[in-house]
Design a protein around this ligand. Structure first.
Ligand code: ZN
Length: 168
C-alpha cells in the first residue's frame, strides 16, 4: 500500500519562510528531475539552490516519486520558493519525471489525486489545481514549460474537484 512519508523533520530549515494555512488557495504541479526522492531533491537545492533560485530552501511541499510514493518535505505552513508570486498561495507538488517527454506513471497520477483530495479535506475548502507555467508571474524563465503537456492536468483537476464534493 502507498503511504505518505513524513520527511518534514529532516528537510525543514530554520531559514525557511512561513505562511498561514489561510493563505493557501492553490495546488501547483511541477516536474522535477534533480533527484528521485524528497531527500535527494532537498539536498540538490541545498547545494545548487543559491545559484538557481537564490535560496537553499526546499521548493516543494510534497514530492511524488516515480513509484507513486507521496513524501511530505515541508509543513503546509512553510512558504517555499517554487513559483515566485505564487509561493504564498500555492502548495508545490514536485512529481519526479519530465512530462515534456514522458507521461507520469499511473501510480503517480493516482497519488496526485489522493493528495489533492487530502489537502482539500485538511483545509476544508476546494483548492484550485494548476500547473507551474499555466499562470503569470510564476517563473523568471519565459520559455519554461512545467510540468509539461504530457502531465494530464485537466483530467486530474476534474477528478480532484469531484472528490472534493463527496460528502462523508
Ligand atoms: Zn515547476
Amino acid at each position: 500500500m502507498r503511504a505518505l512519508r513524513d520527511l518534514t523533520a529532516q528537510i525543514t530549515r530554520d531559514y525557511d519562510r512561513k505562511r498561514s494555512l489561510d493563505d493557501i488557495s492553490t495546488i501547483m504541479a511541477h516536474r522535477i528531475g534533480v533527484g528521485e526522492s524528497a531527500l535527494q531533491v532537498a539536498e540538490w537545492f541545498r547545494e545548487h539552490g543559491p545559484d538557481w533560485i537564490g535560496t537553499r530552501s526546499m521548493p516543494y511541499t510534497f514530492i511524488i516519486t516515480r513509484l507513486g510514493l507521496i513524501e511530505q518535505a515541508l509543513p503546509l505552513t512553510v512558504k517555499s520558493p517554487h513559483a515566485r508570486k505564487w509561493n504564498r498561495s500555492a502548495v508545490g507538488i514536485g512529481v519526479v519525471g519530465d512530462f515534456r517527454e514522458t507521461e507520469p506513471s499511473n501510480a503517480q497520477t493516482a497519488s496526485f489525486i489522493v493528495l489533492c483530495a487530502r489537502l482539500q479535506d485538511r483545509l476544508g475548502r476546494q483548492l484550485t489545481v494548476i500547473g507551474h507555467t499555466d499562470v503569470k508571474d510564476s517563473t523568471r524563465d519565459p520559455s519554461k514549460v512545467c510540468p509539461g503537456r504530457l502531465f494530464p492536468l485537466s483530467s486530474l483537476r476534474e477528478v480532484s474537484y469531484s472528490m472534493g464534493q463527496i460528502i462523508c
